[in-house]
Design a protein around this ligand. Structure first.
Ligand SMILES: [Zn+2]
Length: 150
């Protein structure tokens, strides 16, 4: 019975979202519509951009985003889905930003503890990335920053 419970625990652990993509898997994101919202013309592919992304929900992955453009009016569209997961020009998800902000301000954890916690969830960030992350959190969520001498 003990062996069986160990096997079940191991299987359960493998089902965690953090283990969903143990290696960097590429996930493709496209704009939801191919039709220009301004003039209803069919849009064409402008380019694709790939960036490494880390979220608590699905761990680390490479996000390949398609951008479409309208040949008539020049409107450019990116993926709404990726935009809801990760802020523009950012490599960590909104869920990571909230986690870091809460761990820092509510949990009173230091940068090293936060990095270790995130690593357990398959989100790799450097300690030097944590401070900008919680700065971002305070700007986005309006929390009051604590002095930064820990
Ligand atoms: Zn258009």
């Amino acid at each position: 019975m003990r062996v069986l419970s160990k096997i079940i625990a191991k299987l359960r652990n493998n089902l965690k979202s953090a283990n969903l993509f143990p290696t960097m898997t590429t996930v493709t994101f496209r704009p939801e519509s191919r039709t220009c919202p301004q003039c209803a013309k069919r849009m064409k592919v402008l380019n694709t951009k790939t960036k490494p992304v880390a979220t608590l929900a699905i761990g680390q992955f490479l996000a390949r985003e398609y951008h479409y453009y309208c040949p008539r009016c020049g409107f450019v569209a990116g993926s709404e889905e990726l935009g809801e997961l990760v802020p523009q020009r950012c490599n960590v998800g909104y869920d990571v930003l909230v986690h870091v902000g809460e761990a820092f301000f509510l949990g009173s954890r230091d940068n090293r503890q936060i990095v270790d916690e995130l690593r357990e969830k398959n989100v790799q960030v450097c300690r030097s990335e944590i401070s900008p992350t919680w700065h971002y959190y305070t700007r986005e969520c309006g929390s009051k920053p604590k002095p930064f001498y820990r």
